[in-house]
Design a protein around this ligand. Structure first.
Ligand code: RFL
Length: 407
């Protein structure tokens, strides 16, 4: 619940047009767009700069998102530093099936680790555009959101004192475990949730990629994935029971399962290496509707999570941030509020489309291991169709790359 401001009329309270809560891809992008428009703002982040710049997560960035970052002067050398991927490979029934999406569409994916993108965005916001960013803040609270004088308060890490920032707008970009979503009063927003009942063991191996493209192993023992992150580090996934303990997955078991589930005729052996991250993700999605309450605008994982099944979460976070940053900048520099009024609906169209793709893809990835021979049969039919029907292939490529002309 939003709390009343502790010092609503305090003369010492700072005033900024926008307070951005969270310095992930969404918050930093909103902040940088505002700074470019000379709109004053402050970004509040609970972690340290070093932590945010090294936290491993996403890697796949869609081409349109890179183009939109570049248009706003952000991460401009990403296209040079990132790997451009042009195809992916499914492995099932002991065979390899290459899916050449760039040949089909003319579009590609970029692979650029999230920590590198966050590092670029922090540098641009804080060092180049002189944006105010406060790391290590604690106990962030939102106040008076349904008035035209909201505020955000936090405990200052240096003094332990509560600081209050009055503002016109709050951008809630604090991810899935933040506080801004909880400020929505019950009954003012609907939270739609979906639980896949499946876990993924997310692994980072200190080893070069084992293939020149992303691999999806669809196997009766469970899904396995391979995604390059850099020449030295590779992400792997193994389907596992939800809530499984990563300690159940010793090195030998991990590599044996990966070899089995990604095995296919003529496939080169996996390049093994030390496992530097091993965590179990319980696959779930949620969507908050609408994304706006009073002066609070949610963006990114604070507003919606898509399980990493389709590698869409960071792309959606950037999409929200472009729309929100542009709309706030337009309004606060004397333009109209049309962008703010249409913000929630415009974001949610792409969000729901990506959610649906995630559901569809989950059917393919997990059906063979469902224990249900009927589901296993239809899963294989879906997979084969991608390689026999040009119409099915075109539809898959469009959703995989996020290139629909309209959402
Ligand atoms: P973030 O990145 O979580 O950033 C939120 C920031 O807010 C801070 N914070 C707070 N700050 C102030 N006050 C509070 N009370 C706060 N509480 C939290 C946090 O410390 C953090 O710095 O959210 P944002 O910006 O919305 O970005 C979302 C993306 O990070 C997320 O969707 C992706 O990582 C999802 N994802 C992937 N997305 C893709 O598009 N492509 C991929 O290839 C991809 N791979 C993945 C993924 C997510 C994964 N995990 C760990 C769930 C792979 C994995 C394994």
């Amino acid at each position: 619940m939003p709390l009343p401001s502790p010092h609503p009329r305090s003369p010492s309270a700072e005033h900024r047009p926008v307070v951005v809560v969270g310095a992930g891809p969404a918050g930093l992008t909103v902040g940088s767009i505002l700074r470019a428009a000379s709109v004053d703002c402050v970004v509040l982040e609970t972690e340290s700069r070093e932590f945010t710049e090294t936290r491993p997560r996403a890697g796949v960035v869609e081409e349109w998102a890179v183009r939109e970052l570049g248009r706003r002067g952000l991460a401009e050398d990403l296209p040079v530093r990132a790997q451009a991927h042009t195809e992916c490979e499914f492995r099932f029934g002991g065979e390899r099936y290459r899916f050449p999406y760039t040949d089909l569409t003319g579009h590609h994916h970029y692979v650029y680790p999230q920590p590198l993108l966050v590092t670029d965005l922090v540098r641009e916001y804080a060092d180049v555009r002189s944006g105010d960013i406060r790391f290590g803040v604690r106990d962030v609270r939102l106040h008076d959101l349904d008035t035209d004088r909201p505020s955000v308060s936090y405990l200052c890490p240096e003094t332990d004192e509560r600081r209050v920032i009055r503002c016109a707008f709050v951008a809630g970009c604090d991810g899935a475990r933040g506080v801004t979503r909880n400020a929505l009063p019950a009954g003012r927003a609907r939270i739609a949730r979906h639980d896949y009942g499946i876990g993924w063991l997310a692994l980072l191996a200190e080893a070069p990629p084992s293939s020149d493209c992303v691999l999806f192993g669809v196997h009766p023992r469970g899904f396995a994935g391979h995604m390059a992150r850099s020449p030295e580090v590779t992400r792997y996934y193994l389907q596992c029971p939800p809530g499984d303990d990563p300690e159940n997955w010793g090195n030998e078991r991990v590599w044996t399962e990966l070899r089995e589930r990604l095995g296919a005729a003529g496939a080169p052996p996996l390049t093994e290496g030390r496992l530097i991250e091993k965590r179990v993700l319980d696959m779930h999605d949620y969507v908050v509707e609408p994304l706006v309450f009073g002066r609070l605008f949610l963006a990114g994982d604070a507003a919606h999570v898509t399980a990493p099944i389709a590698a869409k979460g960071m792309n959606l976070a950037l999409h929200d941030a472009f729309l929100l940053g542009d709309a706030l900048a337009a309004f606060l520099t004397g333009g109209d509020g049309g962008g703010l009024d249409g913000y929630s609906a415009a974001c949610l169209r792409r969000v729901w489309d990506y959610q649906e793709f995630s559901q569809w893809l989950s059917g393919i990835y997990h059906g063979a291991a469902s224990g249900d021979p009927y589901r296993a049969g239809t899963t294989l039919a879906r997979l084969r169709r991608l390689f026999t029907s040009p119409a099915a292939a075109a539809a898959f490529a469009e959703q995989y790359l996020g290139t629909a002309a309209q959402y």
